[in-house]
Design a protein. Structure first.
Length: 586
C-alpha cells in the first residue's frame, strides 16, 4: 500500500509539475505576443508622427515660400530710393525700371516743381502724380509686403517724399556750379593719386636696396648652408617678386579707392561707382575664397614640386660626377651620364605630376578632364615622329655609334659630327655645309664611322688601277708601293700593301691600300696619292688600262716627262716637286 501509495503520489506530483510547466509556457508565449504588439504599435505611431511632422514641415516651407516676395530696387543716379514688388504679368524689375524712368522724366522737366507731386487716392490703389503725369501706383499688397499693419496711404506718402527728394537732388547735381566743384574735387583726388603712386614706387626701390644691404650676408649663408641647393639668386628673386607683388596690390587698392570716390562725384557715373565692387572686388573675392579653400592642396603640390626639384638637382650632381670621372661604375660609360640624367629627370617629373594630379584644383571636373583628353589626343597624333626621334637619340647615345668630332657617313651624307641632339644630329660636310639629320633616319640607316678605329689601328684608304697583262705584276706592285711612299701624311706602320682584285678580260685590277690616322684629311690624301700613282706610271712608261680597253693603240697612253710641265702649269713649282721626288727616289 505504501509502495502503491508512494507510486501514486509520485505520479500525481509529476502531473502537477507538467501542468505548471504547461501554464508557464502559455504565459511566456502570451507575454512575447503582447510585447511584439506593443513594439508594432510604437513603430506605427512613430511613423505616423514622422509623416505628420514631415507634412507639417512641407506645409510650413510651402507657406514660407509663398510668403516670400520678390522685389526690385528703384534706382535714380545710382541711389536706391525704395523697392517695389511685381506680379507675373509685370515683374518687379520691369516695374522698378518704369518708375525710375518716369522719375527721371519729371526731374528733367524743369517746368514741374517738386511741390507738384501729389497723391491721388482710388478705391484699390493710391497714385503718385506729377502734374498730369502718373509716376507710380501704390497697392494694398505693396503695403502688406513692406511691413505688417502699414497702410497703403502711409506707404504712398513715404514714396512721395523720396521721389521729391530725388527730383531735387537730380536737378541740383546737374547745375553748372555743382559740376564745377565736383570737377575740381576730381582733379584734386587725381593729383593725390599720382603723388601716392610716386611715393609708393619710390619706396619700393628704397626697400629693395635696404634689404639687399642688410640681409646680403644672411642669404649667402643660407646658400652655403644648404650646399647650394637653395641659390642666393633664387632667394633674391623671391624677395623681389614678393615686394613687387605687394606694391602692385597696394597700387591697385589706391586706384580702386580713387575710382570709387571720383566716380561718385558725377551723377552719370555714380551707378558705376556703386557697382564697382560687384564689377571688380566681388569676382576677386570669389577667386580668393576658392584660392583659400584650395590652399591645403596647393601646399601639397608645392611640397611635391620642391621635393622633385631637389631630387633632380641631386641626380644632376650625381651624373655630373660620373661624367667628370669623380664617380666610376664598371660597365657604365661616362658619356652615358647625360642621356641617363635626362631620362631620370623625365621620370621624376612624370612621377611628381602623377602624384600631384589629384590635388590640382578642379582636376575632378568634367572640363578639366575634357581638356586633358583633348591635349592627350593632340599629343598622340602629332608626336609620332617627335617620339621616334627622341627614342632614336637615346638609343644612339647608348650604342656609342659615334662621338662629336668623328667623321661619319649616313646613307649618302658624309660629314664631321658637330652636335648630337636629342632629336637631330648636326654634321659639317667637307663642303662646309651644315647637315641636319633626324636621329630616326640615323637609327634606321647604315652608319660608317671613319674615326672610331683610325686612332688605334689606322684607317685604310684604297684605290684601284687596271694594268695590262703584258706588264709584270711585280713591277706594278712596286710602282704602287712607290707612289704610296711618296705620299705625305700616310702611316709608315702598318706598311701599305697591294691586292690583286680580279683578272679581267683585258687587264688585271690592282688595289693599293694605305693607312692614315687623320680621317678628316682622307680626300686630300686621296688626291695626292692619285697624283703620285700617275707620276710613277708615267715615269716607267706603263699604261693604265682603267676604265676600259678596246684595242692596243699605236702609241702607249702615257705622258712623257718633257710634257709634265706644259703650260699653264707652274714650271718652277713643279720643278721643285720633281726635285723632291727625285731626292726621295734616291
Amino acid at each position: 500500500m505504501q509502495f502503491a501509495g508512494e507510486s501514486g503520489s509520485l505520479t500525481f506530483a509529476q502531473a502537477v509539475r507538467k501542468q505548471v510547466f504547461a501554464r508557464g509556457r502559455v504565459a511566456r508565449r502570451s507575454a512575447i505576443l503582447l510585447l511584439l504588439a506593443v513594439v508594432a504599435g510604437v513603430v506605427r505611431c512613430g511613423a505616423a508622427l514622422a509623416q505628420s511632422e514631415g507634412s507639417e514641415g512641407k506645409d510650413a516651407s510651402f507657406i514660407a515660400s509663398e510668403r516670400e516676395t520678390v522685389t526690385a530696387p528703384v534706382v535714380v543716379d545710382g541711389r536706391v530710393l525704395f523697392r517695389v514688388r511685381g506680379v507675373t504679368a509685370f515683374p518687379a524689375s520691369e516695374r522698378a525700371a518704369t518708375i525710375a524712368q518716369r522719375i527721371r522724366a519729371v526731374a528733367e522737366d524743369g517746368a514741374i516743381p517738386p511741390s507738384a507731386l501729389r497723391l491721388v487716392a482710388n478705391e484699390h490703389w493710391t497714385e503718385i502724380v506729377a502734374g498730369e503725369n502718373s509716376v507710380m501706383a501704390v497697392f494694398d499688397a505693396d503695403a502688406a509686403a513692406e511691413a505688417p499693419g502699414l497702410s497703403r496711404q502711409a506707404l504712398a506718402q513715404i514714396y512721395l517724399k523720396k521721389i521729391a527728394s530725388a527730383v531735387e537732388a537730380y536737378r541740383a547735381e546737374r547745375s553748372p556750379e555743382q559740376l564745377a566743384r565736383n570737377a575740381v574735387l576730381a582733379g584734386a583726388w587725381t593729383l593725390l593719386l599720382v603723388v601716392a603712386l610716386f611715393i609708393l614706387f619710390r619706396s619700393l626701390r628704397w626697400i629693395v636696396v635696404r634689404i639687399e644691404r642688410r640681409y646680403h650676408s644672411a642669404i649667402e649663408h643660407i646658400e652655403s648652408g644648404t650646399f647650394r641647393l637653395i641659390s642666393a639668386g633664387s632667394i633674391w628673386l623671391a624677395i623681389r617678386f614678393t615686394i613687387r607683388f605687394l606694391t602692385l596690390f597696394a597700387a591697385l587698392a589706391l586706384f580702386y579707392a580713387y575710382l570709387h570716390i571720383v566716380l561718385d562725384f558725377f551723377p552719370w557715373t555714380r551707378g558705376l561707382s556703386a557697382n564697382l565692387r560687384a564689377l571688380t572686388v566681388a569676382p576677386l573675392l570669389v577667386l580668393a575664397n576658392e584660392l583659400v579653400a584650395a590652399i591645403p592642396r596647393l601646399l601639397i603640390i608645392f611640397v611635391i614640386i620642391v621635393v622633385a626639384r631637389y631630387i633632380i638637382r641631386l641626380a644632376r650632381f650625381f651624373f655630373s660626377a660620373i661624367e667628370n670621372g669623380t664617380i666610376k661604375f664598371s660597365g657604365f660609360e661616362a658619356e652615358w651620364s647625360k642621356p641617363t640624367y635626362n631620362i631620370v629627370r623625365v621620370l621624376i617629373i612624370a612621377f611628381a605630376a602623377m602624384v600631384s594630379y589629384p590635388y590640382i584644383p578642379g582636376s575632378q571636373s568634367a572640363a578639366f578632364k575634357g581638356i586633358s583628353i583633348f591635349l592627350g589626343v593632340l599629343f598622340s597624333l602629332g608626336s609620332s615622329s617627335l617620339l621616334a626621334n627622341i627614342i632614336a637619340g637615346y638609343t644612339m647615345a647608348y650604342r656609342r655609334a659615334f662621338h662629336v668630332g668623328d667623321r661619319i657617313q649616313v646613307g649618302d651624307l658624309m660629314g664631321d659630327v658637330a652636335q648630337i641632339g636629342l632629336m637631330v644630329t648636326h654634321l659639317s660636310s667637307i663642303k662646309n655645309e651644315e647637315l641636319v639629320v633626324p636621329n630616326s633616319l640615323i637609327l634606321n640607316s647604315n652608319v660608317i664611322n671613319y674615326t672610331s678605329l683610325a686612332r688605334e689601328r689606322g684607317l685604310i684608304l684604297h684605290t684601284t688601277v687596271g694594268i695590262g697583262y703584258e706588264t709584270p705584276w711585280r713591277q706594278v706592285e712596286a710602282m704602287l708601293l712607290m707612289a704610296a711612299q711618296r705620299t705625305t701624311g700616310l702611316l709608315r706602320e702598318p706598311p701599305p700593301f697591294v691586292l690583286q682584285q680580279s683578272l679581267g678580260d683585258y687587264a688585271v685590277t690592282y688595289q693599293l691600300n694605305v693607312f692614315c690616322d687623320k680621317p678628316g684629311e682622307m680626300f686630300k690624301l686621296y688626291t695626292e696619292l692619285h697624283r703620285n700613282v700617275l707620276d710613277v706610271f708615267n715615269e716607267y712608261n706603263v699604261q693604265i688600262m682603267t676604265p676600259s680597253y678596246i684595242a692596243d693603240p699605236p702609241q702607249p697612253k702615257v705622258v712623257p716627262r718633257g710634257l709634265w710641265f706644259a703650260q699653264p702649269a707652274e714650271e718652277q713649282k713643279l720643278s721643285n716637286e720633281n726635285v723632291s721626288l727625285h731626292n726621295r727616289r734616291s
